[in-house]
Design a protein around this ligand. Sequence first.
Ligand SMILES: [Zn+2]
Length: 112
Amino acid sequence: MNKGDLERLTQQLHDLRLDLEQREMEFKGDGKPMELDQTKVGRLSRMDAMQIQQMALESSRRRQQQLVKIDSALGRIKSDEYGYCLRCDEEIDVRRLLVDPTNTLCIKCAEG
Ligand SMILES: [Zn+2]
């Protein structure tokens, strides 16, 4: 991986992180996890509202997992370990990283 790629991926990770943090903040900033306020919920049934709340919590959980992955990728960049497969130590194809910069496995290990 060349320097330009690394810079691009670092930037991508920072952008992703910012985006996720912002969405997390909006999610939490709304206060309590979505009260069943009839004006907001409108004609939704209570079941629907509960399902929506469940989904919101689920995506929050996913965002947090994603943040952990991003932070560990940024940590690997700092310690010059970024871009190498965690399992076999081979270089990960940069195109794979451009699709998802938090990838930690080379294509062989990911598929095997
Ligand atoms: Zn590998």
